[in-house]
Design a protein around this ligand. Structure first.
Ligand SMILES: Cc1cc2nc3c(=O)[nH]c(=O)nc-3n(C[C@H](O)[C@H](O)[C@H](O)COP(=O)(O)OP(=O)(O)OC[C@H]3O[C@@H](n4cnc5c(N)ncnc54)[C@H](O)[C@@H]3O)c2cc1C
Length: 389
């Protein structure tokens, strides 16, 4: 058994955990991050890999989320130019498409306004003369194609880069290290975790639970047991198919139910996703289901009927959404930060969230913990730290 003292111990090495480790180290704190498997093992390697405002969240009036995400997108484009790149997005509108051209135009105009009307927020209607240059997009019944810009990343690469940045500032990473328990001992937590060479312990002034779909499993191991927010896990599947998409990302409506599906370029291949399927099994066992694979293949064939697209691989990740009734599509997608105490948080749990907003989420977590932490001199600002692959 070894013991050390940390201002902040973070559980989980997904994008949120590494983001908090970086923010804490940038604020001058001593930090230890515990990751059970490997960095980005959970949802952070199974996302759609988009750094975006979430155009479709405008339909559920989540304007604050969209504005904040667009702001973060611009920061990431600036500080991580090798990891986050702007890409054109195309929205085709057919006779049968549920959203009409005027609705898309209005949505894109609002998206541009929420993005501060900066240069990256312009959109256009693609002239008919350019339609046959769109990766074989079916032109039968096509009425309009809109183009706007958002960004794409490598989610695993981004997670690793943020951790490296945190380590440069002095944060420590223990991986694989399985968080076993934490007990409040009056002036901090006694934390136990398991590494390959046995059980270890340390003292943490504050704790951050960034365990993604395992968020409540982690809280179950804290004494005294903190309150827990009930959640629904909803899986989203992606397919990787042969054949390269060149022009950008296509944002289409699944013919079966009108849900948004992205067809994306991905490392010389095609990435298609995603789905929304309730999940109640072991988070580590989540896989794309045959019905999800069929749904995504059908969507791809519908819009790109002449493309050769052999299925090469598939994966699925889990959204952590507030438990509730009604369609998953309508549930709020805001990140929920759950402190153990409203004014004097010692433990903050992160529920849900977006890859795009990891940096600002980490800033908010640190604000919640501020009163419990010793005053330190911040050596850096995460909005200015360059991230490289
Ligand atoms: C299908 C899908 C598509 C998405 N697409 C996008 C997108 O395009 N753009 C976007 O901005 N957002 C997207 N998101 C959201 C985004 O991917 C997630 O919000 C984000 O990755 C969650 O990261 P996390 O760090 O909270 O959790 P995770 O990445 O799941 O990390 C949790 C980590 O905790 C570790 N852990 C668990 N228990 C323990 C323990 N006891 N001890 C130590 N470690 C432990 C796990 O091993 C894991 O690595 C998508 C989400 C889904 C599901």
């Amino acid at each position: 058994m070894t013991a050390a003292d940390y201002d902040v111990v973070v559980i989980g090495g997904g994008i949120h955990g590494v983001g908090v480790a970086q923010a804490a180290a940038a604020a001058g704190h001593s930090v230890l991050l515990l990751e059970r498997e490997r960095l980005a093992y959970g949802t952070s390697s199974r996302s759609s890999k988009l750094i975006h405002g979430g155009l479709r969240y405008l339909e559920s009036a989540q304007f604050g989320l969209v504005r904040e995400s667009l702001h973060e997108r611009e920061i990431l484009l600036r500080i991580a130019p090798e990891l986050v790149r702007r890409v054109p997005f195309y929205i085709p509108v057919y006779r049968a498409t549920r959203r009409r051209p005027w609705q898309i135009r209005a949505g894109l105009a609002l998206y541009a306004v929420l993005g501060g009307l900066a240069s990256g927020t312009r959109f256009e209607s693609v002239p008919r003369s350019r339609w046959n240059d769109l990766d074989g997009l079916d032109a039968d019944g096509l009425q309009a194609v809109f183009r706007y810009d958002d960004a794409q990343t490598d989610d695993t690469g981004l997670t690793r880069a943020v951790m490296r940045s945190a380590q440069t500032l002095g944060a420590q990473l223990h991986c694989p290290a399985n968080f076993l328990s934490a007990k409040w001992i009056g002036d901090g937590f006694k934390v136990h975790y398991l590494e390959n060479d046995g059980e270890k312990s340390c003292r943490a002034t504050t704790l951050v639970n960034a365990a993604g779909p395992w968020v409540n499993a982690v809280l179950d191991r804290v004494t005294p047991r903190p309150s827990i927010l009930p959640v629904d896990l909803v899986q989203g599947a992606h397919l990787i198919l042969s054949g390269e998409i060149h022009r950008g990302v296509y944002y289409v409506e699944a013919p079966r139910d009108g849900r948004a599906v992205f067809v994306m370029p991905w490392k010389g291949r095609t990435l298609v996703g995603t789905t929304e399927t309730p999940y109640d099994g072991d988070p580590a066992a989540v896989r794309a289901r045959p019905d999800e694979i069929a749904y995504l293949q059908e969507t791809l064939r519908h819009y790109f009927p002449h493309r050769e697209a052999a299925l090469l691989d598939s994966f699925a990740g889990l959204r952590v959404l507030p438990a509730g009734r009604g369609p998953v599509f309508r549930r709020p997608r805001e990140t929920v930060l759950h402190p153990d105490h409203p004014e004097h948080a010692r433990l903050v749990s992160i529920y849900g969230g977006k890859l795009t907003g990891y940096r600002i989420t980490a800033v908010k977590v640190m604000r919640l913990l501020q009163k419990s932490l010793p005053a330190r001199r911040p050596p850096a600002d995460t909005a200015e730290l360059t991230l490289s692959p």
